[in-house]
Structure formats: C-alpha cells, structure tokens
Design a protein around this ligand. Structure first.
Ligand code: PLP
Length: 448
C-alpha cells in the first residue's frame, strides 16, 4: 500500500496529465475520481454514491468487492501469483474442467486470454487453421473488441478508425426486427437468419468461409434479441458448408440474460464459445475460448498457433473458479431472472407514461430501452452515430441520471440497463424511480 493515499486533487491532476482514457479526446475529459465500490454501488471522493446500473462495462456481474472473490485472489496470491502457461496449474485446470461441464453441448477444451478481444482473435485464427479457409462472416451491429482482428470483425463505427484492417471479413445484416433493414415482411429473410446467410455465402463461395461470428444477443450495439428460429437456422447453414460457428458471449454470458449462456435460450451450441467479463466479474483480466470436442480432437494432432504470456493467469483463473462457485451458491442466475422480470414489468409501466419509449428489449438483466421521437415513425431520439449537438438528448439523460445517483450507459438512442446480477428489489425500484424522472428529458423531444 502507498504510505499516504492521494487526495482527490492529486489523483485528478495525475490522471488528466498522464492517463490515456479509452475512446476519448483527452483534453477536458475530467474523469470522475472514484474512491470505492461495494455490491451494486460505487462512490466518489465527495461522498456521492452511484447505483451501478451498467455493472461498469457490463462485467461486474457479482457486484463490487464480493468478499469470497476477493479472498480467492488473496489466497492464490499467497500460493503462486504466476507460472508460465506451459505448465499445468491447478486453478487453470479446474476452471477449464468446470467450463467443459457448464458450457452447452460438447464444448470441451479452453484457451484463456486476458479479455474478450484476444479470445476472439484466437477463435478466428483457429477457425482458419481448422478449416483451411480464410473468410469470416460478421455482423454490422456488433462489437468484438479493439485489437486488430477483433476490431475488423466489429461492425460498429469504431472500426472505421482502424481501417484498413484485417482482410477477409464479410458483413451480414442483423436480426433487428424493430428496424428491419429489409422492411420486415414476415418471415423476414434477414431476421430469420439462415436464408440471409445462405444468400451471402452463394456470392462469397461458401467453401471459402471459415467462420460465422456473432453475439447471440447483441450487447453494446443495441440489445438486439434474435427471433425464435434465428440461431438454429444459422447453425444449420454452418453445418451444411462445414463453417465454424463462433458465439461471442463476452457480454451476454454467465447469467446476464437469465440463463447461464444466452444461447441456452434457444438450445443452439456453437463450435467455439467466447467469454470474458462475467466469467470472473472482471476482478482480474480474463477471457476464454472454449472449443467443441471435434476441435479439441483436431488439436490433438495439430498445433495450436496461439499463445500469451498471461494465458491462464493463476490469479485470474482462481477468481473465475471462485466466481462460478459463488454463482451456484448464491443462485445468481435465478436472481438475474427474477430481478429481470421486476425490471421488465417496471419498464412496461414507464412506457405508459413516457411516449419516448419506443421499444423495450430484454431478458434477465440485459435490457435495452430504445428511445424515439415518434412511436409511429420510430424516428430515433438521436440518429445513428450521432455526435455533437445531435447526440445531446441522450447525453443529457445519462448526465441527469448520474446527478441523481444512477449510473447508466447508452449507445446512440438505446439506453442500456445492465445492473449487477446480485441487485435486489429496492435497488431495481430505485433505478426505476430515477428513470421515470430522467425520461422526461426524452419526452420533451417527442413529436406529437
Ligand atoms: N465481445 C463483446 C460482445 C464485447 O461486448 C466486448 C467488450 O465490450 C468484447 C468482445 C471485447 O472484450 P475486451 O474489452 O475484454 O477485449
């Protein structure tokens, strides 16, 4: 420990002069100095407390400073902080074994990384090696991480600033039924998945495609839930052409949607499952790539061309083992489901009072509130990729919520409601009360 803790002023001065913050112009950023966090709350140096309705970056699923999780890290630090990935280490092996048990279908062996992007990088490289093919199909409304390959897979505008990027990515549209790119006749060929993919493959050569990667439930880019048959139809097309199906559950995995994995809602198993965030609630950086028995078998005779100094870091793996135990002991997935119902019911009530709520999408504690200027035209409250003045209404909502002690996030015109999975009734009700107040800001822009 530092002998003398910094004052708020010392922290702010050093942070603004020396720390580069993500996705931001650094001048005038004024990052809020945070002193502590516990459960679903965190607080600043002035004693202001905030209900963390984002779970930070949708990763603090077990809330902040869970005592058992903190203890597991301390215990592992006492035992062995680090040993190279080439050795067999107990926490790493325990975690891999546990993942083989709890992940769907025949998913079996795991490679551990330092986060979601690195896990996605390894997944596409492995898919290319296994199939001997090059192309990867990825969707527009997606985020897969900020490293070179992962940002190339990403469809959202953050990719633009990394271009020209990794070649071989082919883009597919999204099952965004609220704003269907095909005008949404039913059954829509885009929203139903398989037919749209099949069409793309005909033009790309299906036998040149190594993998399809998608978030079973789109997170950052708008909380988009697929229709009932979507994932199954994508699975069938992949099977038909020997294409590897990768599900990126970095955000949606580990109980977030009220099932252990989002794909469990539809009973569809990928060939490669990517997880991170909720795997250990972000207490130590960790991501995982878990592959099917077929790929595990392939790896017996073929080299895995991937590696990281911190692959399967013991502190991270120990925290994930503890995290999975806590989830079982405390019925965390059940709580996510139960509180999700409470949140969903509360949001439906809010929609009666706030015309700006155009669409409510969610299961478990993975909700999106799509705000519009008119329910009939569905004109978004702020346009796609809005900046400056155009982005203001959403910024004002987030700011007003923060001033009232509710930490929210948004992506363009969609408010993301993703609290810790350990949240309780009172905290959900408190958030709903604050939302009720700040949604007036959106209603002002409603075009009657
Ligand atoms: N995939 C998804 C679906 C994500 O939401 C994220 C991060 O938000 C990532 C990948 C990247 O994970 P990381 O930031 O740990 O590299």
């Amino acid at each position: 420990m530092n002998a003398v803790a910094w004052s708020k002023e010392e922290l702010v001065a050093a942070d603004s002069e020396f720390v580069i913050h993500s996705w931001s112009k650094q001048g005038g950023l004024n990052a809020r100095p945070i002193k502590g966090a516990e459960g679903s709350w965190f607080w600043d140096y002035d004693g202001n407390r905030f209900l963390d309705f984002q779970s930070q970056l949708v990763n603090s699923n077990l809330g902040h400073q869970h005592p058992k999780l903190v203890q597991a890290i301390k215990d592992q630090a006492d035992t062995m902080c680090y040993i190279g990935p080439g050795f067999a280490e107990e926490q790493r092996a325990r975690l891999a074994q546990k993942l083989a048990e709890i992940t769907p279908g025949d998913l079996k062996m795991s490679f551990f990384t330092t986060g979601g992007a690195a896990a996605n990088e390894n997944a596409i490289r492995l898919a290319r090696h296994v199939t001997g093919r090059n192309k990867i199909v990825a969707r527009y409304r997606s985020y897969h991480g900020a490293t070179a390959g992962a940002i190339a897979l990403t469809g959202d505008p953050r990719r633009w600033h990394a271009e020209p990027s990794m070649p071989g990515v082919v883009r597919m549209l999204d099952p965004y039924t609220y704003r269907c790119p095909a005008g949404h006749p039913s059954p829509c060929p885009v929203c139903s998945g398989g037919p749209h993919l099949e069409e793309i493959l005909q033009f790309e050569d299906p036998y040149s495609v190594a993998a399809v990667i998608l978030e079973p439930v789109t997170g950052t880019n708008g909380l988009i839930y697929p229709g009932e048959n979507y994932l199954r139809s994508i699975r069938e097309v992949c099977n038909k052409y020997g294409i590897i199906l990768i599900f990126d559950e970095v955000m949606a995995g580990f109980g977030r949607t009220g099932e252990l994995f989002a794909c469990d809602h539809w009973g569809v198993t990928p060939d490669i499952l990517i997880t991170a965030k909720g795997l250990n609630s972000g207490y130590v950086p960790l991501g995982a790539m878990t592959v099917s028995s077929k790929i595990s078998d392939w790896l017996q005779d073929n080299k895995f061309w991937g590696g990281l100094t911190y692959a399967g870091h013991p502190l991270a793996c120990a925290s994930a083992v503890a995290s999975l135990e806590i989830m079982e002991e405390e019925g965390v997935v059940d709580n996510a489901r139960r509180q999700g119902e409470r949140l969903g019911a509360g949001l439906a009530e809010l929609a009666k009072r706030h015309p700006s709520i155009g669409d409510i999408r969610g299961r478990g504690l993975f909700y999106g509130l799509e705000l519009v200027r008119n329910r009939d035209t569905r004109e978004p409250l702020v346009p796609f990729n809005a900046v400056g003045e155009a982005a203001k209404p959403m910024q004002e909502i987030n700011k007003a919520a923060m001033a009232k002690g509710l930490y929210l996030a948004s992506n363009f015109n969609v408010l993301r409601l993703t609290p810790p999975l350990v949240i309780n009734d009172e905290e959900i009700d408190l958030a709903l009360e604050t939302l009720d107040e700040v949604l007036d800001i959106a209603d002002v822009h409603y075009d009657t």
